[in-house]
Design a protein around this ligand. Structure first.
Ligand code: MIG
Length: 803
């Protein structure tokens, strides 16, 4: 990082120990102190305080919940070292000399250890820690990175940056999450560096033998997640999201297909778009308005010529099952006659320069001032502005440009921080919720605090509405407030390929609600590329097509009749799986597991999964292997070991741990299902508003061994679910038998109309429901599917067949 190694100092030896119930504090020679806290079994906080003698209060935007009781510890000391042992068995050993730390798991195995003492630079606040590294250890996460997980991605910068048409390898981009999961031989651990300054992670880049993370300011304050007994990624993400929060269950409509472009304008174009979707029977839930809906890009205004009556437009769209999301940028046009500017200035809500002047910079509206979203009163003021959009019926908000991005700042950046990103000067002041600091400190949280402003405003102004916020920028904890899209990608096959590791790494950084601009933002995709991209995105958590102004049309029907049919079927596939997808969001809210997962997340013991960058899991049951190369009609698929898998289309069984060839004609998304799984699906609907009238179907995937699946359901809106208005069902299934049990909840579940068994080799001799024979069944030998229409059924029943 940008500092000279000569001016680095260590923090010195440990010269004193104070014991606490939940850890210890070490006094260091340099005057700094180290506080070690055992927050929970498996979460250890390492906080070095005041190497520069400055007193810093303990303050973080990332941490949602710090009210942990702490784990009780024993402290043992000898000449060389101090050992702190928690009740769970997790242990930290600190060498007195150099304050070198080693962390051990419950089973006594080494998790991670310092390779060098921590360093700091008294001249500029630089801090750094270095850990030993085994040469085969791999690292995933780091938030939003335009990199595949393995190929050369060994150093990562944390500094939110507007990077239009970024290329594979561009670093940093829009979001920075200084968290990673380390993986080696099935054992994992995680580290979260809770520091909002510019950070650099050097993960074996400089030397295979160690890795380091450093920041240009703030504290060396990090959390080690040991991953519990299993040392599993699942436990690590559970614990990381206990600390930084989870994504609250989104409104159901936000899981539908979404159509955007810069810009659908004027109103007639929006109405035409809506009409086309319904006429063509292409399911969709959400339409977007980009910056042109506003009066000269003034946020919270409408262009009166193009959108003379927004409420009427939105009402009409709603009647037809559409939701509208509008963009809101942070830049406020400096204009005496503009109420937002006037109020913001008069009430002092804008960011100021170090001289106390209003900071101004150029963005879309021209010269702008920028709300200080790190100030609670600015958040409340800006948040209240959303009221009129909510009154008009706008369903959700899209926060863009919040890195923050500034085309031309008012002054130039200087000194060691002199880097080319277009953003605020680093000296701009922020309130920091009472912990005042400069932009160098708060740059990375600006976007998240804007998304928070939006989220909290909807919660405050519409207590019965689940907020939907989409954000471009964010930092650790962003999942509490918003869905995230990966910014201005490009319409190329390379970018399509990149989308998979990008979304997987965001997912394992605690952010489950993620997606890319389908078809690519910059440039124009061919019909084939758009169709393949849509397939790749069909089961991603956030599913939205979006493209730049001036590009050709990028709707599902824009590429001729053949592709229109293919694209319709792809979107229909998503809608059929929506009950399953929705249930996964509930699982995330409960446990912190991501919705979309890299293969290694569920199969850390299968080393071959570590390098799979062109497939992903959706929940534990679906394995998606999209075609990401032009002209391909087959592809090889790796099926992880530990499960058996069936081809979704043929029902054929495959052993895990094998690589197979999959058929992938242009109209097919290669899809595999875990044997034993039971998935909830539904017939095609045109939008989620029709779901409450649609029956459910269970698709059970044949397997010799018994497995249990859980399914969550509620009415898809509001917060009644928190008061028990949900339904939780359990299915136990093995070949020939499926038992269903509604185990909890007050919500009256949708009717279950069919059970479909996938992977049935021959026509069954007998099918019975609660011991009564059923004759009206359909068996398809070619697809190995047995379809059983269910009689009236209640909270608990059993379906069996014999072959
Ligand atoms: O400077 O609002 O990433 O999705 O269409 C460009 C116009 C500003 C960037 C976003 C993109 C959006 C565009 N915005």
């Amino acid at each position: 990082m940008i500092t000279s190694r000569e001016s680095l100092r260590t923090l010195g030896d440990i010269i004193g120990v104070t014991r606490h119930l939940d850890g210890a504090t070490f006094a260091l020679e340099s005057g700094a102190a180290l506080r070690l806290t055992f927050l929970l079994p498996g979460i250890i906080r390492v906080r070095f305080m005041s190497p520069d003698g400055k007193d810093r209060s303990d303050w973080s935007y990332a941490i949602e919940d710090s009210r942990f009781e702490g784990e009780e510890v024993f402290v043992e000391e000898d000449q060389q070292s101090i050992e702190i042992i928690a009740m769970s068995g997790v242990r930290v050993v600190a060498l007195r000399e150099g304050c070198l730390l080693s962390v051990f798991d419950e089973a006594g195995q080494l998790v991670v250890e310092d390779q060098q003492p921590p360093f700091f630079d008294p001249l500029n606040g630089f801090i750094e820690t270095t850990k030993r590294r085994e040469s085969d250890e791999l690292y995933f996460g780091f938030g939003e990175k335009a990199k595949s997980s393995l190929q050369g991605s060994k150093s990562h910068m944390m500094w939110n940056t507007d990077t239009y048409a970024y290329a594979p390898g561009t670093d940093p981009i829009y979001q920075s999450i200084p968290f990673f999961i380390a993986l080696r031989e099935g054992l994992s651990y995680g580290i979260f560096f809770d520091n909002t300054y510019r950070c650099l992670f050097d993960m074996g880049h400089t030397s295979e033998e160690y890795y380091s993370f450093a920041a240009l300011g703030g504290e060396l304050n990090y959390y080690v997640f040991t991953g519990g007994r299993e040392r599993s990624p699942r436990n690590i993400l559970r614990d990381y999201t206990l600390l930084t929060g989870r994504c609250p269950l989104p409104p159901l409509w936000a899981l539908g297909y979404q159509q955007s472009r810069w810009s659908y304008c004027p109103e007639a174009r929006v109405r035409e778009l809506a009409r086309q979707f319904r006429e063509k029977y292409i399911p969709v839930d959400v339409l977007y308005l980009d910056i042109d809906y506003m009066d000269e890009f003034r946020v919270f205004t409408w262009n009166q010529t193009h959108f003379p009556n927004p409420k009427l437009l939105i009402d009409d769209l709603k009647a037809d099952g559409f939701r509208l999301v509008v963009i809101i940028d942070p830049g406020i046009k400096v204009d005496e006659k503009y109420f937002v500017y006037r109020d913001g200035r008069d009430e002092g809500h804008f960011c100021r320069t170090s001289e106390g002047e209003e900071f101004q910079g150029q963005v879309w509206p021209g010269t702008c001032a920028f709300p200080d979203f790190t100030n609670p009163s600015a958040r409340e003021w800006f948040g209240n502005l959303y009221e009129q959009h909510l009154d008009a019926g706008v369903s959700g908000f899209w926060n863009d440009m919040n890195e923050p991005s500034v085309f031309a700042p008012g002054d130039t950046q200087s000194d060691i921080f002199d880097l080319p990103e277009k953003t605020f000067p680093l000296s701009v002041r922020h309130d920091g919720d009472g912990h005042a600091g400069d932009h160098a400190r708060y740059h990375n949280v600006y976007g998240m605090q804007m998304a928070r402003t939006t989220y909290e405003a909807i919660r405050r102004l519409r207590s019965d509405q689940r907020p939907f916020v989409l954000t471009r920028s964010g930092s650790a904890g962003i999942q509490r407030y918003a869905a995230v899209w990966t910014g201005d990608n490009v319409s190329t096959w390379e970018h399509l390929a990149l989308s998979i590791p990008m979304l997987c790494n965001l997912s394992v950084s605690g952010v489950p609600f993620v997606g890319t601009d389908i078809g690519g933002f910059a440039g124009e995709p061919s019909g084939e590329l758009f169709a393949r991209w849509l397939q790749a995105a069909a089961l991603t958590p956030f599913c939205r097509a979006h493209s730049e102004i001036g590009t050709s049309d990028q709707e599902p029907w824009s590429y001729g009749e053949e592709f229109e049919g293919i694209n319709r079927a792809t979107i229909e596939l998503r809608y059929q799986f929506l009950p399953y997808l929705y249930s996964l969001f509930h699982e995330h809210e409960q446990t912190g597991v991501p919705v979309m997962r890299p293969l290694w997340f569920d199969y850390p013991h299968d080393r071959r999964t570590y390098s799979v960058d062109d497939q992903f899991l959706v929940g534990s049951d679906l394995l998606v292997a999209p075609v990401i190369s032009e002209g391909a009609v087959t592809r090889s698929v790796y099926l992880p070991s530990g499960s058996q898998w069936r081809d979704w289309y043929t029902g054929l069984l495959y052993e895990g741990g094998t690589e197979i060839g999959a058929n992938a004609p242009i109209d097919r998304l290669p899809l595999f299902v875990r044997a034993g799984a039971a998935l909830f699906r539904q017939p095609v609907v045109q939008h989620t508003g029709q779901m409450r009238f649609a029956p459910l179907a269970i698709t059970a995937i044949s397997s010799g061994s018994l497995s249990t699946s859980t399914f969550y359901e509620d009415d898809g809106e509001g917060f009644d679910y928190k008061a028990g208005s949900f339904s939780l069902s359990q299915i136990q299934h093995r070949t020939g038998s499926l038992s269903f049990n509604r185990s909890a909840g007050l919500y009256s579940s949708r009717k279950i109309e069919f059970v479909e068994f996938l992977g049935v080799e021959s026509a069954p001799r007998e099918v019975s429901f609660n011991n009564q024979l059923i004759s009206d069944i359909a068996f398809n030998e070619g697809t190995r599917r047995l379809l059983v229409p269910l009689p009236e059924n209640g909270d608990s029943w059993v379906l069996t067949y014999t072959s």
